[in-house]
Every structure is written in C-alpha cells, then in structure tokens.
Design a protein around this ligand. Structure first.
Ligand code: SF4
Length: 349
C-alpha cells in the first residue's frame, strides 16, 4: 500500500486491527489539489500515513453510540435529530471521526425510516434533522427523495440539513437538476433547506464548487461551512482566514472550526489548544465583522464546547454551545491548561 512516507507491505488483518480507512480519492479532487499550489498540505487529507498505525485514541469520541436511539438515528441535543444514511463518501478523509463506520458495511446506517419518522413525530422538541453519514450525496437523488417522504410531513421540523464534503470532492454532483426539485420540496413543505459544506482549506474550493453553490443558493438553499483544524494541513491563521473569507464571498456562512478529535488512527492531526486559540484569534484579526461567524468548537462527549481563551491565569476558558442539559448551555467554565493538551480530557479539573 502507498503511504505518504512510501510504499509498505501490509496485510488486511493489520489494516483491520488499526482501523485503517479505505484509501479512495476522486479524480476531481486529486486534480484540484495538485493544481491548487497546496498539494504538500492537502495530500494529508486523503493520502494514508504510517502515523495512522500509532495514533492513540478511540473510535467514538463524541459518544455517538450512547446517543443512538434507533439504528441510524442519534438524538443527543433536544432539538436535533441526526440520521446516518450511508457509510460511504466520495473520497475518504484520513482524519474522519467516524472511521469506525465510513468505508465499511456498518450496521449504524439507518434503514427503517418509518420508525425513525415515528420517533421524531413523538418528540415535538425536535425542530431539525441533520442528514449525515458518510456523505448523503453519494446516495442517488431519488433515494434522498424517499427519505424526505418520511420527514417532510412532520409539522414540527423547521429545517432539513445535509452535512457533506462532496462540494470539495465531486462538486458536479450538486449540478443534478433533480436536486433542485428536492430542495424545492423542502421549501414547499415550509422548511429551510440547509447544506453544511466541509472545506478545510482554500485550496479545496474549486471553480466548480463555487458554481454549484451559487446555483443552489439561487433556488433558496442556505449554506454553512464547517472545517476541522488539522496539523500540517490548515494550522495557519492566514489559510483559514482566506478559506472563511472565500466561503463568505460565495454565500456560505463559516459556522464551526472543529478542534481535531482524539480519534484512534487520526490523533496525529490534533493541534494543541494553545496553538488552536492562537490560530482562532489570528483568523478573527484577519476577517471583517460579517465574515467572523465561526465558533472554535470541541465536539466532546459531554456536548459542543466553544473554546474561548487561554487566560493569563493559566486556565482555558470554555462555554457549552450545546449540552444535553439545557441549564449548562452558555455557561462559562475553565480548566488548568497543561502544555500540549488537545482535548478537554487532557486538562486537569
Ligand atoms: S467526507 Fe465526512 S464522513 Fe466522509 S470520510 Fe470525510 S469527514 Fe468522514
């Protein structure tokens, strides 16, 4: 197998034992990153590294198993239902926090949408559904339409959101004319259609991606972007500010900058909280007021935590952006910073 460090002979058993994700990259993305001028950074997103065999961590850092209420349906935060509709993606990111299921035949993927819809109907507090995976847009549009058949009649849903990296990996997928009708169905049902793109680096934003996004914005689709802070790829305020500024220009609202998770086989992508905060500050210094709409977030087992600052007192200040317990949302708390710490669990109480 070809690794960034060079070719190595590995057995299928070794790959399985280390949970090494399948290596697959679209031709489009390969060409895009080769011509971007940033190949030396972007290759780490999709090319396997020997570091994956030694990176410690676990395969479910956000407690997805504990928040699964039906196969393929997670209900962690009161207002959001998350559906895993596929375990496939157009290309596979080496840092994926769902390594445990992507590129595999996972039993975590939703199959019984009637039961899922019944659960959502019975929980009037759920206002939005996030359709995720894998990448939902690897499914055919007719398959996505069938999923919507179950969701659109639910009156208390106000938005249907798709989480996808296909706008980077295969943007022409969004040019399918049937998708315009799919998004129109969502609008006609009185709900917002939202696409959350996943651009980590300005070099991933192609001309085709911009065209696809602009075309769907013209029919009323809202766009947000999430990025993951990744060592060797985008741990650079200049690059992330340029990425977010470009997103803003295309009508995609920068939404989350995720702290890399301690995922087994991917924790070598983590950046320390000290460095992450310096980068977040550097991004904010480079953007105008209307462009700085992102939050620097740690998606922890206990909830989504906004990472605010490292104080002169040596403590990291944070705030729950999302938590299962509503009374914790918005509350600022702090922990002692330990040099090199990358995750809440690395910080002493
Ligand atoms: S596209 Fe998303 S789900 Fe798929 S490998 Fe990348 S991060 Fe994971």
């Amino acid at each position: 197998m070809n690794f960034i460090e060079g070719p190595r002979a590995v057995t299928p058993g070794e790959l399985r034992a280390a949970s090494i994700t399948r290596h697959h990259v679209t031709e489009f993305y390969r060409e895009q990153i080769t011509n971007s001028g940033y190949l030396n950074q972007l290759k780490y997103i999709v090319e396997p590294s020997l570091e994956e065999f030694k990176s410690p961590g676990n395969l479910d850092t956000s407690g997805e198993h504990d928040n699964t209420v039906l196969p393929g349906l997670q209900h962690k935060y009161a207002r959001t239902a998350m559906l895993l509709v596929t375990d496939r993606c157009a290309s596979y990111c080496r840092y994926c926090f769902r390594k445990r299921l992507v590129s595999k035949d996972s039993d975590e993927v939703a199959t019984d949408f009637a039961r899922i819809a019944q659960y959502i109907e019975d929980h009037a507090e759920i206002t939005n559904v996030l359709i995720s995976g894998g990448d939902p847009f690897v499914l055919s549009t007719s398959r996505l339409d069938k999923i919507l058949d179950y969701l659109l009649p639910i009156p208390h849903l106000t938005s249907i959101r798709f989480g996808t990296k296909i706008v980077a990996y295969e943007p022409k997928r969004l040019e399918d004319p049937a998708l315009v009708s799919l998004f129109q169905r969502i609008h006609e049902a009185g709900k917002a259609a939202v696409v959350v793109t996943h651009f980590d680096h300005i070099g991933e934003i192609s001309v085709d991606a911009e065209c696809s996004v602009r075309a769907l914005r013209a029919v009323g689709v809202q766009f947000l972007n999430q990025s993951v802070l990744l060592a060797k790829v985008n741990d650079d305020a200049e690059i992330l500010a340029a990425t977010f500024a470009k997103c803003h220009q295309m009508g995609i609202r920068p939404y989350y900058l995720f702290q890399g998770r301690p995922v087994k086989g991917a924790s070598h992508f983590q950046v320390s909280l000290r460095r992450g905060l310096e980068i977040a500050r550097g991004i904010n210094q480079r953007l105008s007021g209307i462009q700085k709409t992102f939050k620097y977030i740690m998606s922890h087992y206990t909830g989504k935590i906004e990472i605010l600052d490292l104080g002169a007192d040596g403590r990291v200040y944070m705030r729950y952006h999302q938590n299962k317990a509503p009374e914790k949302i918005g509350r600022i708390f702090s922990r002692w910073y330990l040099e090199g710490a990358c995750w809440l669990d690395d910080l002493p109480q």
